[in-house]
Design a protein around this ligand. Structure first.
Ligand SMILES: Nc1ncnc2c1ncn2[C@@H]1O[C@H](COP(=O)(O)OP(=O)(O)OP(=O)(O)O)[C@@H](O)[C@H]1O
Ligand SMILES: [Mg+2]
Length: 350
């Protein structure tokens, strides 16, 4: 495989989003929630990058920062625009940012609350088109019909309100809304998590079809690894605001290199009972560390069964360990033989 020559569609460089914690009558800043704390990632054209991690590890904040719903504390969000030039979204504002917001769109978790119940579907899907005055009247109706069809909804229902649709259909409305401006990058934040398993599968299939047809790039955020597995080319595992492992999907599942990934994988239900018998779930003690007061060294060390003094003292940097595009932030990655589906022994580490 040759390295891609063009710049990636999106490249995050040491991105940080720290929320100030204020206290007292003078609202003095007494600390920061480091929700995203130095994330560097590349996303190529047409790729689906899955982002996983337990609740509170910073996935949604990362998504929202990339979309510039938040102004990042520091770092760069390099985006290759339609003319091939690269812009740093972190430093954009005003009309330039509005224009980019047509290229980068979001599908939210809960279609129930993210769709305005007082608007008919035509206004919800067409909003981005009418606000910018791109399309009006008959043409708008035509475009909304086309979008509804492309997500498997019947265009004759465009004057109905969200409550008249099922959960899965409402998520399709959310997807059609995201597609209305012909975006290039779609960020799906737990887009299928609230749906029933069978509807989840249909929605993922739809997203995959649309990706192929429209040449879309996806950032697919979910806490459930089995959901991300089916759609992602690559997976980034987040823990307390940082990426701790990134690799092609098959590599993550067959050869996890971070103990946190190993633990996440061991919680994924395995359909094959023979495999299930051989393995044992790794129980992660405690909660995700508090991003306002992260542990020293590797933030995962208090929950890691392999942790040593080095892990308590030094923050491990994300680094390449194999030629297969596998990156990991663990001091001991080379010495560990992780296998979430077998009882891997805890080796002697120094
Ligand atoms: N606007 C905010 N102000 C202050 N803290 C915030 C804000 N948004 C998120 N946080 C904190 O940042 C951390 C990361 O939250 P985030 O919502 O990004 O996690 P997540 O990985 O998306 O979790 P989930 O799986 O539950 O959606 C949490 O500790 C959260 O409380
Ligand atoms: Mg979230």
């Amino acid at each position: 495989m040759t390295a891609p020559t063009a710049a990636p569609l999106l490249e995050l460089d040491d991105l940080r989003m720290h929320f100030p914690i204020r206290k007292g009558a003078f609202r003095r800043v007494v600390g920061h929630v480091k929700a995203v704390d130095g994330v560097s990632l590349r996303v190529e054209d047409g790729e689906t990058l899955g982002i996983v991690g337990e609740s509170g590890c910073g996935k949604s904040t990362l998504a929202r920062t990339v979309l510039r719903i938040y102004q990042p504390t520091s770092g760069e969000i390099r985006y290759r625009n339609r003319s091939g030039g690269t812009v740093d979204l972190a430093s954009l504002s005003g009309p330039a940012l509005n224009e980019i917001h047509r290229d980068l769109r979001m599908v939210f978790q809960d279609p129930q609350s993210s769709l305005n119940p007082r608007l008919p579907v035509i206004d919800i899907i067409g909003e981005v088109l009418s606000i910018n005055g791109i399309v009006k009247g008959q043409e708008l109706e035509h475009r909304v019909a086309e979008l509804m069809q492309s997500v498997g909804l019947r265009p004759e229902y465009m004057r109905r309100y969200p409550h008249a649709f099922s959960g899965g259909e409402r998520q399709r409305i959310g997807i059609a809304r995201a597609l209305a401006s012909n975006p290039r990058l779609v960020i799906a934040d737990e887009a299928v998590s609230a749906l029933d398993v069978s509807v989840q599968a249909q929605t993922i299939n739809l997203l995959q079809d649309l990706q192929e047809r429209l040449g879309l790039t996806y950032l697919f955020v979910a806490h459930d690894l089995s959901v991300v597995r089916h759609i992602s080319d690559n997976i980034a595992v987040m823990y307390v605001g940082r990426v701790v492992e990134k690799a092609p999907t098959a590599e993550i599942f067959s050869r996890p290199l971070h103990p946190y990934t190993e633990a996440l994988l061991s919680a994924v239900p395995i359909p094959d009972p023979r495999l299930r018998r051989r393995g044992q779930r790794i129980r992660l003690a405690g909660e995700v560390a508090d991003p306002a007061n992260a542990p020293s060294g590797c933030a995962f060390h208090p929950r890691c069964r392999y942790a040593t003094d080095l892990c308590r003292q030094e923050v491990p940097q994300l680094r390449s360990v194999t030629s297969a595009g596998h990156e990991v932030a663990c001091h001991h990655a080379e010495k560990l033989t992780l296998n979430p589906f077998a009882n891997s022994p805890v080796p002697e580490l120094t």
